[in-house]
Design a protein around this ligand. Structure first.
Ligand SMILES: Cc1ncc(COP(=O)(O)O)c(C=O)c1O
Length: 405
């Protein structure tokens, strides 16, 4: 592809600043093409992508099988109202239920919408099953569940909530890995506990498997739904289809989005048991949700994940990557506080607030990464990455640490 003129690139930045609401701190790079684990900017420069759209592009950019499926469906039937049946939606729901051990799916267009559906199921189920006062939901400090009013209320991080007070009533927050604190909060008013098995935006923090099993037992004992937000850690990223499968627990309601259609907008809320049959006509819906075009993209993505053994690659290559970063930590104990994660969802906690300057160093070396805070670097590459590409990221981090010693 011909490089976009530099003046054209600057013009895009200027127009963006003028007419697009300033909700994102954008890097001054204009990506114009993607293929596999690589992106090209408007100057024709190639970048290794260890962000993948923030854990979205599981099968890599513009995978030909997925691109062809989208193009074919676009020429056949893009959209049909949810007032009519859609064979691709039913097929996709069946596949997702099989992969997640759930019974029914509700499709939507994003992660926050999938969580909205989960929250509505929990409230309706709680009131019907346990009485009108049973509507409270407990989430965890450091969580991220989205930016709609209900999901920002579920997101127990003051920085996301402060400008939008007052929030939705009926939410309580507690600390991860503290079962006694959770036990003290659960009451006859609690309809659901909602958590990310590995907190993503909170800094790649896996919850302890033992704690998750205790949460499951507590929910069973108190007739409380367990909602697992797998939007960032699901769809194969941790080395199992779900992060919770890697950690040995099962939810009643599971939400997925991000990686489910390799970048095509889609979210899904899956449920089992009574939760799966709680919503009835008129309770919930969305115009575009689960349209044939999005379903074709998601079905093709699942095919690629299976045919190319991407979950196995996430487990094996991710395991190598984590170990290599942990080795780097032993070489730089005064700079790296912790390396954590699972599969290809990895975070490096730094001792100093230098994540953002290291990110700029990575960009100068043509590697796209992300910082979830001043002290945490996040690596969530496409699930196709090789050990060699991981090696490049580790050696670049080493060079950057050396250069700023
Ligand atoms: C765990 C988790 N839940 C929910 C969301 C919200 O998803 P979306 O941005 O698609 O609404 C995100 C997005 O980062 C997420 O990481």
């Amino acid at each position: 592809m011909a490089a976009v003129e530099q003046s054209g690139t600057e013009a895009v930045f200027a127009l963006d600043r003028e007419v697009v609401m300033g909700t994102y701190l954008r890097q001054p790079i204009l990506f114009v093409r993607g293929e596999g684990a690589y992106l090209w900017d408007s100057n024709g420069e190639k970048y290794l992508d260890f962000l993948a759209g923030i854990a979205v592009v599981q099968a890599g950019h513009c995978h030909p099988h997925i691109a062809n499926a989208i193009a074919k469906q676009a020429h056949t039937l893009m959209h049909i109202s949810n007032l009519f049946h859609n064979p691709l939606q039913a097929e996709l729901a069946q596949k997702l239920c099989r992969l997640t051990e759930m019974q029914k799916a509700f499709f939507c267009n994003s992660g926050c919408e999938a969580n909205e559906c989960a929250l509505k199921i929990a409230r309706k189920w709680g009131k019907a099953k346990r009485g009108a006062d049973c509507f409270e939901i407990i989430t965890f400090h450091g969580s991220f569940h989205g930016r709609t009013m209900a999901t920002v209320t579920a997101t127990a991080q003051p920085k996301y909530q402060a400008p939008f007070q007052p929030l939705i009533p009926g939410f309580h927050y507690t600390s991860p890995n503290d079962i006694e604190a959770l036990r003290a909060l659960v009451s006859s008013r609690t309809c659901a506990v909602m958590l990310e098995p590995i907190q993503g935006e909170g800094g790649i923090r896996p919850m302890q498997p033992n704690f998750l099993q205790q949460v499951r037992a507590l929910c069973d004992a108190t007739q409380t739904l367990l909602i697992l937000d797998e939007i960032q850690c699901g769809t194969g990223r941790t080395g199992s289809f779900l992060g919770s499968q890697s950690m040995g627990i099962k939810g009643d309601v599971i939400t997925l989005a991000k990686g489910i259609a390799d970048g095509f907008p889609m979210g899904v809320c899956l449920a089992q048991g009574e939760a799966a049959n709680t919503l009835v006509p008129g309770d919930h819906g969305s115009t575009f949700a689960g349209q044939p075009l999005a379903c074709a993209a998601a079905l093709a993505t699942l095919e690629v994940i299976e045919q190319e053994n991407l979950i196995q690659n996430a487990r094996e290559t991710g395991g190598w990557f984590l170990a290599a970063l942990q080795k780097l930590q032993t070489e730089y104990p005064d700079r790296i506080a912790e390396v954590r994660g699972m599969g290809l969802m990895v975070g490096v906690e730094l001792k100093n607030p230098e994540a953002k300057s290291l990110l700029q160093g990575f960009l100068r070396n043509h590697i796209v990464v992300n910082a979830t805070s001043d002290t945490v670097l996040r690596f969530v590459p496409p699930l196709i990455v090789t050990q060699q590409e991981c090696e490049k990221v580790v050696s670049t981090l080493k060079t950057l640490l050396q250069a700023t010693a």
